[in-house]
Design a protein around this ligand. Structure first.
Ligand code: AMP
Ligand code: MG
Length: 488
């Protein structure tokens, strides 16, 4: 007999002001798009149950296993720098938490399951396109080794969702270590609800940073750990040319995983000013700005937890500042590790800055594809020539390549280990925007094979699969996607 998952709902045991108990809206005709088999295994979820009609009921919000305790959680946030005191799961529902066989606890959440008290003017629903985009990009990020929320499955609902057009509705089942945001702390801080803030920090510490409990100042240790996790995360984004697009404080998780794949996209030709989101007019969340925005958001977190850092306000401010001021340095240290791997160095030191800067200047001048250029560099280290058929360094790079040759000749590691390191750090396959669009457009016409095919390709981002090479190709001018949109 297939067995339903058993939920254990630690967030739902928090005080009442953290959430609203809520059921999903009924959907007329749910139909399965896909279940994520490896993730089922990792979570210890019985795949045959998930594929059964009871499983479809859960993925579409029709009915949940008895152990579920579905809630919409509340939070606030700074959206594009403007304070919004009242946000929350407006189109999402936390079904419950699962403790996986490895002991790790995960949230299982529906996204697009209908209205909640936090929906404000929205319908709580999601069209099919954003669900497929999130599925693809979050799974790509996972395969690329980036901490991220994941996709357990997706269904169409049989509903019509009205945006600019009438579109088929869908629901994504999202998995994350938790969905606790910087904006969650900001919600309670802004209401001066010291007790709730303290309960939230205790929960985050117990769940994500248990070592902080042993510290003389646990909330400071938690803040320190969140800042470290975010420094690592953003360093990985930068190394991949990933542009999140909506780095509002309600879209930044305290557990350090990437969340909310709305208008996100991967940069193709290198330019730090690259923006895709249709609503990011000022370029606030441009590629090159992401580390600064992360810093700003973390300052917001520090400010929110200020009353818990010290009973004396001046002391509390000093502690907060010392933690927040360390972010740039911690980011640079994390990014230097990423860069060392990408450039084939055993160690990236400040003296390599010049080499990097000149590389990036050339990339920008040549409008070179960020991903292909780095993968081609990895090929030079290994002697392979697959990417070369798509893109090779133009002559303007000759001097730079010679400098790089000299630099790696001075490096201590063997050429074999360098080649392997670069191959693992510089993907061949990313979810290119035009491919994601192509998969979505086909799905709107009822054909999910491009979606499934793309998912297979981006699941093996570092492999030299020559038969997939067309997926490594940047968009031709007529295919280029210049703008992306939120799911709303
Ligand atoms: P996001 O841009 O996805 O981070 O969403 C920002 C806020 O708007 C969150 O509180 C969402 O729950 C809410 N929201 C986004 N889309 C919808 C929708 N279609 N219906 C209700 N609430 C929504
Ligand atoms: Mg959000």
């Amino acid at each position: 007999m297939p067995q339903p998952p058993v939920f254990d709902n630690s967030y739902a045991r928090l005080p009442a002001q953290f959430f609203h108990r809520q059921h999903a809206e009924s959907v007329p005709a749910p139909s399965l798009i896909r279940i994520n088999t490896p993730l089922c295994t990792q979570l210890g979820i019985d795949k045959t149950w998930l594929e059964s009609s009871a499983g479809l009921d859960m993925l579409s919000g029709r009915a949940f296993p008895d152990s579920a305790d579905p809630i919409a959680t509340v939070y606030a946030g700074f959206q594009f720098g403007s304070w919004n005191p009242q946000l929350g799961d407006g189109r999402a529902l936390l079904i419950g938490e699962i403790v996986a066989p490895d002991g790790h606890r995960y949230d299982i959440q529906l996204k697009g399951s209908g209205r909640t008290p936090y929906s404000r003017g929205g319908d709580g629903k999601s069209p099919l396109g954003p669900v497929l985009r999130e599925y693809l990009v979050s799974e790509a990020m996972h395969a690329l080794g980036v901490p991220t929320s994941r996709a357990l499955g997706a269904v169409t609902t049989g509903d019509t969702v009205y945006r600019d057009n009438a579109l088929p509705g869908a629901i994504l089942t999202r998995v994350a270590s938790s969905h606790i945001r910087v904006g969650t702390a900001q919600f309670f801080a802004s209401r001066d609800d010291r007790q709730a803030l303290s309960a939230l920090c205790d929960h985050v510490i117990a769940r994500h940073y248990p070592h902080a409990a042993d510290s003389a100042n646990p909330v400071q240790a938690m803040l320190n750990a969140v800042i470290g996790a975010q420094a690592n995360l953003i360093a990985q984004w930068q190394g991949l040319g990933f542009i999140h697009g909506v780095m509002n404080t309600d879209n930044m998780l305290l557990c350090g995983e990437t969340i909310d794949y709305g208008p996100c996209a991967f940069m193709e030709s290198y330019d730090p000013a690259t923006v895709f989101s249709s609503i990011d007019h000022g370029g606030r969340y441009a590629y090159g700005n992401q580390p600064h925005i992360a810093h700003w958001n973390l300052a917001g977190l520090a400010q929110a937890v200020l009353p818990l850092l010290h009973t004396d306000e001046d002391e509390a401010v000093k502690i907060a500042q010392s933690e927040v001021n360390a972010f740039p340095e911690r980011f640079v240290a994390a990014y230097q590790k990423v860069l060392a791997n990408k450039l084939g160095l055993s160690d990236f030191t400040d003296s390599d800055d010049e080499l990097l800067k000149d590389f990036l200047t050339l990339l920008k001048q040549e409008k070179a594809d960020f991903t292909l250029a780095l993968r081609r560099l990895a090929e030079r280290a290994s002697g392979r020539e697959l990417v070369k058929t798509l893109w090779d360094f133009p002559s303007s790079f000759s001097d730079w390549l010679q400098r790089w040759d000299e630099r790696i000749a001075r490096d201590s590691q063997s050429s074999e280990s360098r080649a392997a390191q670069m191959q693992r750090a510089n993907p061949l396959y990313i979810p290119r925007n035009h491919r994601v669009e192509e998969a979505i457009n086909a799905a709107y016409k009822g054909d999910f094979s491009p979606f499934n095919q793309l998912l297979e390709v981006i699941g093996q981002p570092f492999d030299d699969r020559g038969e997939w090479l067309d997926y490594a190709r940047p968009a031709a001018p007529e295919e280029a996607v210049c703008q992306t949109f939120c799911g709303t």
